[in-house]
Design a protein around this ligand. Structure first.
Ligand code: ME8
Length: 648
């Protein structure tokens, strides 16, 4: 990646439907890379946008009884709204219906036509509407589109063609000489494999009689431009090609075109040959990432399993969503999305490793240091040195991970630091240092943890900007780090500052749907392994000590109110009274009880469970119920008993 500047693009998305998780993923990835580059002090330009022409959009509009323009305008807002919600920091948003784009496409078409790079000929072949591509009979697989395997349509018509075939040998040589041009390597090989067959010229027109929604060919008004030939040009029209030479010289060639693996050929064959015909330099890297699948299944509208990013963000917040997508997908490979996996990562890594560490630290600084960040006094011991070195190494690892497109590895290095930080507290036991009055050592330990948190908050800032700004506020730091270098040097935390403690950064969540946790509204089973050494019955049940049971506070409670929760047909929100105290709990009992029958019932609740947020409602406890054979009954009290009574 060039060190002087970073120009990153996403595909421009079709506006035939609302955005899904795949669109969100590519855009978040581009955003995270753009944010890291800005942090590294590299001038950055981040482009995204929407693809408004073509048959897909025209057909979606016909179905919705709108004009293509109305359909496109209605959908583009949903993309822009989502990008706002998930904090995307693009520098430009291009739509292919804008004059600045249309003029460039028409100028290119005219130029290539005049130079004989585009010619007219009769076409006879097969056309795939969803892919918007022509195929020869020999390319079809069992009579279907070789890409998406859907049926194709027979087409015979006059059209215009771009002399793509003449660039075949040049393109093969270029790809072979530039190992970073197409990444990952197996995608590069895929393109080279495709180029082993003779390359055809590219049909770049559509007769208006068949498709009117597109950019008119400047030399033949009976035709519009093929949507891909129009769309790919966005990468240069947005940065001033033939319009603003200074802007264009500043940003072109692009550093990185991020795409999904579905659009590899258009980007690694059509686009480079178009650029070559225009005598323009090639983008530095075209990176094709993998596919998000749901569980083991491809996401598709017909299966009804399309993940709506807006719903995920409403439920879990934008930062956790961004984090999960970046941490879970190894760039290049496919990844599976499930809410269970999401909750597992969230609870283990964000709520536990990071959130808990922060609250432990803030509590200790409040208790032992009057809420002021201590001075790094005392000589550095082995444990301190190990944590410092590991933290600074994680910053280096993240910088390398960004350049190598391995964000998952950078995140892994940071998680290792957090786990080490938790272990460090266990080893150094600040509470014992306080009890023994070892002031200097105590200060040093708390400074070490605080400094580690400062660096981690900066390293994770491009991924979770809002949450990390919150964390940094606690530490008395600016919302965002000023430069990546500040994260590579130890000792930046400002001693003497008052910490702004308080809110839980990542309240634990419960996955929806399925699993028993939802039935009872309880916390998910802990992700950590049970402690070693527990004995087991012959049936394999792990036995616990009485002291373990004693940790659970069971109490009687009276249900005062019960109501459904919007968009959660299995959950009910209950207002309960435990003696002098009232609480809200969320329980997965809606399929077994109507709200009305619950009011007045005496139930048993776990009263000392950490609160969790379920569908936006904080649940302050968990009720007990028996469940078997697909039914569920509440545990109640035999006879009269006041609410709030302890159960032993
Ligand atoms: O192809 N997993 O637009 P499009 C990961 N307009 N990413 C996915 C995905 C999934 N399941 N599904 C889609 C177009 N994507 C053209 C692009 S560019 C000049 C023109 C992402 O709306 C991925 O980035 O079909 C993919 O390449 C893009 O959405 C396709 O978006």
């Amino acid at each position: 990646m060039t060190a002087e500047r970073f120009y990153v693009t996403t595909p421009i998305y079709y506006v035939n439907d609302k955005p899904h998780i795949g669109h969100a993923y590519t855009t978040i990835l581009a955003d995270v890379l753009a944010r890291y580059h800005r942090l590294l002090g590299v001038p950055t330009f981040f482009l995204t946008g929407t693809d408004k022409h073509g048959q897909k959009v025209q057909r979606a509009a016909e179905k919705a009884r709108m004009t293509p323009q109305q359909q496109a305008d209605a959908t583009v807002v949903r993309f822009q709204e989502l990008w706002r919600r998930i904090a995307i920091t693009h520098d430009d948003f291009i739509r292919t219906t804008e004059p600045r784009h249309i003029q460039v496409v028409q100028a290119i078409l005219q130029d290539l036509y005049e130079r004989g790079e585009i010619y007219r000929a009769e076409y006879d072949g097969w056309y795939c509407v969803p892919c918007e591509r022509f195929f020869m009979e020999k390319d079809l697989i069992e009579g279907n589109c070789p890409d998406c395997r859907r049926p194709v349509e027979k087409v015979r018509e006059a059209n215009y063609f771009f002399r793509m075939s003449r660039y075949q040998e040049w393109l093969i040589a270029y790809i072979e000489q530039h190992p970073r041009f197409i990444l990952p390597e197996y995608r590069r090989n895929e393109t080279l494999g495709f180029l082993r067959k003779p390359l055809q010229d590219l049909c770049i027109s559509r007769p208006k009689a068949r498709l009117s929604w597109g950019i008119e060919l400047p030399f033949d008004r009976e035709f519009v431009c093929y949507v891909w030939f129009d769309a790919l040009v966005n990468y240069i029209s947005a940065v001033g090609y033939r319009r603003d030479p200074a802007l264009f010289a500043r940003w072109w060639p692009a550093s990185l075109h991020l795409i999904g693996k579905d659009i590899l050929t258009t980007h690694t064959v059509y686009w480079p040959t178009m650029l070559k015909a225009l005598d323009l330099p090639m983008p530095e890297t075209i990176f094709a990432h993998g596919w998000w699948v749901v569980g083991q299944t491809k996401m598709s509208k017909s299966l009804g399993n399309v993940i709506n990013p807006m719903e995920m963000v409403d439920r879990y917040g934008p930062d956790a969503f961004r984090y999960f997508l970046m941490a879970e997908m190894v760039l290049g490979q496919d990844a599976s999305f499930t809410e269970e996996a999401f909750a597992r990562r969230y609870n283990t890594e964000l709520a536990n490793d990071l959130g808990n560490l922060l609250s432990r630290w803030t509590k200790m600084v409040a208790t032992y240091c009057e809420g002021l960040i201590p001075w790094p006094a005392g000589a550095e011991g082995d444990e301190e040195r190990a944590l410092r070195e590991k933290t600074v190494a994680a910053a280096r690892a993240m910088r390398e991970a960004v350049a190598a497109f391995r964000l998952d590895q950078g995140i892994g290095a940071i998680l290792a630091v957090l786990r080490e930080g938790n272990r460090y507290i266990e080893i150094r036991k600040p509470w014992e240092l306080a009890a023994r009055g070892e002031r200097q050592t105590l200060d040093g330990v708390l400074y070490t943890v605080g400094e580690m948190l400062r660096i981690v908050s900066g390293l994770l800032h491009p991924i979770m900007p809002a949450k990390m700004a919150e964390l940094r506020k606690v530490l008395g730091e600016e919302d965002a780090p000023s430069h990546f270098n500040t994260l590579m040097t130890w000792g930046g935390l400002k001693s003497g500052q008052r910490i702004q403690g308080g809110r839980v950064l990542f309240p634990r969540i419960v996955a929806e749907p399925k699993d028993r946790t939802e039935e009872s509204g309880a916390e998910p089973p802990p992700a950590e392994k049970p402690p070693a050494g527990g004995s087991q019955t012959p049936a394999g049940v792990r036995l616990i000590e009485y002291a373990d049971f004693e940790k659970v506070q069971l109490r009687t409670a009276r249900i005062l109110e019960a109501s459904p929760i919007e968009k959660a047909d299995k959950l009910l929100k209950l207002r309960i009274r435990l003696g002098s105290e009232e609480r809200t709990i969320v329980a997965g009992i809606a399929r077994f009880y109507r709200p009305k029958e619950l009011v007045g019932k005496m139930i048993v609740v776990v009263a000392n469970l950490k609160p969790v947020v379920l569908r936006g409602v904080e649940s302050q406890g968990m009720l007990l119920a028996a469940s078997a054979g697909g039914t569920l009954r509440l545990v109640t009290i035999d006879g009269d008993m006041p609410d709030g009574a302890p159960i032993k």
